[in-house]
Ligand binder design. Structure first.
Ligand SMILES: Cc1ncc(COP(=O)(O)O)c(C=O)c1O
Length: 404
């Protein structure tokens, strides 16, 4: 059946319905070969010479993602950072780049450190404020506008269509880190972006057992061809098994994201009323500043990520009470990362350190696919313990000693 006539959830569930020609296997083989036979007439009719950029191990994951994003082509990378930095490496020294002040911290650090040292002029601004973008963009000099929406870890929402319009009018390309939205909830290319990026380590794979990144392009632009050449020459690629796991992970992308979204929304609503929570940051809450744009550009949910700001208890600071809350969860796992089937909690300022725009009382929550009531109960008891009063329910019978 023509995948263009199917709903994306069907495309993902069957990984485009590919069947191995030789064996008729539904689960694809894992291609490990690094090199391919040259034809007797000295040609390479298979189209493959060497696996640094031509491994068949990437084909299915790249094709599935291209279909889900409605793009022209995709590339797998060895990590989200490898994918993102390939985009910036494709620019030239002196190029002006706009990026959000609130974004995935490791990429922000690389941009303001390494990339700036390398000659890119990186300007950070509030990407959710189109007037700031209009003021900062320099026609003919700004080459790239980087968007992350919702953006880590305040879940700031950027209007992709509007910023793309502003960027294109100035001759700049737009790249969207859509890791948190996933193709289930947002289609950046249809909204006007040129390239969409994912830390496939997160929702695309979904099981906290693969590090990978992806880029998908709307067309074969000169920028895309340079990015493709960079991957081919530098080889920032995943291994065959990681690519295979990623294909498998994407088969359950839709139900995983749908369950996580519904649960995150319920958790956000619940803790928005909680006396120990000063603020809940979640794009699905009508009170959230980016909600109207999120409601327009996200479909079917507002994501599985939210943050809560914890009130200080009994003379302790909000920061200390937040850290104590994270120390007292049982079902939630106290770990970094996001987008896996297991729910994670993290005191984000401890990770980001000095210079971070993240409030020190903020806990970032990645909601997995466990039962929503169990997640709420666990966070309730952790808040209660952090306040110094053990909950009357006692401990949940889950978790392990290391994250108490
Ligand atoms: C939004 C976002 N972008 C990019 C990355 C980088 O991905 P990776 O860890 O696979 O390099 C992350 C990782 O946390 C992320 O959350």
């Amino acid at each position: 059946m023509d995948p263009r006539r199917l709903k994306p959830a069907s495309v993902a569930a069957q990984a485009l319905g590919w069947v191995d020609d030789k064996t008729r296997a539904i689960a694809p083989p894992i291609h490990t070969s690094t090199t391919f036979i040259r034809d007797p007439d000295n040609q390479y009719r298979s189209g493959r010479i060497y696996a640094r950029d031509q491994s068949p191990a990437f084909d299915q994951a790249e094709a599935v993602l291209t279909a889900l994003e409605g793009g022209r082509a995709s590339l797998l990378f060895s990590s989200g950072m490898a994918a993102a930095t390939a985009v910036f490496q494709a620019l030239a020294p002196g190029d002006h780049v706009l990026a959000p002040r609130v974004m995935y911290w490791s990429l922000r650090n690389w941009l303001t450190g390494f990339a700036a040292h390398w000659g890119l002029e990186v300007e950070l601004l509030d990407m959710s404020a189109p007037d700031e973008v209009r003021r900062a963009i320099r026609p003919g000099t700004t080459r790239l506008v980087w968007i992350e929406t919702p953006a880590n870890p305040l879940w700031t929402i950027t209007d992709i269509a509007l910023v793309s319009e502003i960027a294109h009018a100035a001759g700049a390309a737009v790249v969207v880190d859509s890791t948190v939205a996933t193709p289930v909830l947002t289609q950046p290319l249809a909204l006007g972006a040129d390239i969409v990026m994912h830390a496939a380590t997160k929702y695309l794979n979904g099981h906290s057992d693969v590090v990978a990144g992806t880029l998908t392009t709307r067309d074969e632009s000169p920028l895309w061809l340079r990015i493709r050449a960079i991957r081919a020459q530098l080889g920032g690629i995943p291994g065959p098994f990681e690519a295979w796991l990623l294909t498998r992970g994407m088969r359950t992308l839709y139900p995983r994201v749908q369950v996580a979204c519904a649960s995150a929304h319920a958790i956000a609503g619940h803790f928005a009323q909680h006396p120990q929570v000063a603020e809940v940051l979640y794009p699905g809450l009508p009170s959230f500043h980016g909600h109207p744009v999120a409601a327009r550009q996200m479909r079917g949910g507002f994501g599985g990520m939210l943050s809560i700001r914890v009130r200080g208890a009994r003379g302790a600071s909000g920061q200390d009470t937040a850290v104590a809350t994270a120390a007292n969860v049982a079902l939630w796992k106290r770990a970094t990362s996001l987008g896996g089937v297991e729910s994670l909690i993290e005191h984000r300022a401890s990770v980001e350190g000095a210079g971070s725009p993240v409030p020190d009382d903020l806990l970032r929550l990645s909601v997995g696919i466990e039962d929503t009531a169990d997640l709420i109960a666990d966070l309730e008891q952790a808040l209660e313990r952090a306040r110094g009063t053990p909950s009357s329910d006692g401990e949940l019978g889950v978790g392990n000693a290391s994250n108490r």
